[in-house]
Design a protein around this ligand. Sequence first.
Ligand code: GLN
Length: 452
Amino acid sequence: TPLDIIDALEASINEKDASIGGYIHFDFDAAREEAKNADLSLPLGGIPIAIKDNINVKGQPLTCASKFLEGAFTSPYDATVITKLRAAGAIPLGRTNLDEFAMGSTSGNSAIKPTNNPADLERVPGGSSGGSAAVVAADTAIAALGSDTGGSIRQPASHCGIVGLKPSYGRISRYGLVAFASSLDQIGPMTKSVDDAALLLNAITGHDPADSTSLDDDHTDFTKDIGQGVAGMKLGVPKEYFSDSIDPAVKAIFDETAAKLEAAGAELVPISLPHTEYAVATYYIIAPAEASSNLSRFDGIRYGNRAENPENLIDLYRKSRAQGFGPEVKRRIILGTYVLSSGYYDAYYTKAQKVRTLIRKDFTDAFASVDAILSPVAPTAAPKHGENADDPLQEYLADICTIAANLAGIPGISVPAGEITSDAGTQLPVGLQILGPDLGEATILKVAKTVE
Ligand code: GLN
């Protein structure tokens, strides 16, 4: 029964979460109350789902892993994805850790605590949805929601050995997701299996009048064609995704997985996405620009932290923001404000938007001749804690395989593909990324199912 499931999760969380640190908050009593009325005839009837702590769940605290909001904000409403999950019978249970305001690739930018990778506690789970990935991998959750602005669902899914799906831009309503970069953000499922990802996608997809970017698209049942296999499909392999920075062990897992898909009847097609080399630079102009604008609402007046004894209004803003935001968030706000300032706007922001159009066109051209695109998710398996802590640029460069999909708005999935044995003898998971054309989720789920 749903109550038994919650009991089992509570026992598992009590046993493991102290060492993993995947959760920021949980409320078992509230979940049990909901479980009593669960309608088991619904597709997710009585199933608890963990929620990244940047998505509003009515009556629960929301922190975005930031001192700005910790202890100072309770959600007054449900995000649309939560309303939809509830309508499908699911029970939101637990808020998962993330990089502060979803900015990062390790979850180490959380101002609340780090999260450890269940496969090797000395390593990061990836990020920014590292908490959601870790709790699913550790069996302290059945499934989770994450958000992906530049890889934050797919990369932690790869590092933790689970399935992570970033839907097409517009597939899912972002109403109630704390905005990071509005032209890039998408919410998506993080699950133990490809079937679960399809089930969750079914539940949360669809138009929402409260998010004008959500599409009015008749969606099919994503579980329907999932087992059809890849025979006759053309799968593109972009040469630009295999630079020198890719760990040879990651490349070997990619090659084995691609060969498996070929053996299952797919044709591997070498392709080129010529503007790939500009994706990281373009993203790190556009994402901070949008973040600097979105985060202006954290002013010490409207939400969360308010500095004491300010000298005047400007001082209140300045002190509240200086106290509340961590170093990476400040770095992004400063960078974003700079590229949007008059005199630099055209040189950086407008230029980045033009390059973004070229990056999107690369994909449009490629999908004229292939059904989906295969690549690694990240250049390496999960790094150790603190490996790039004093070199943010190095950390940004590790987003090379994931961020172009957000710039283009296309869907992508990470599915477990193999493991690398670390020096310490631990088995580090490595995922395969499958990218699809706009609204091509059914296609990439089918390829992912064949890999699984
Ligand atoms: N690592 C990227 C960043 O730091 C992506 C984050 C995300 O997708 N939320 O911006």
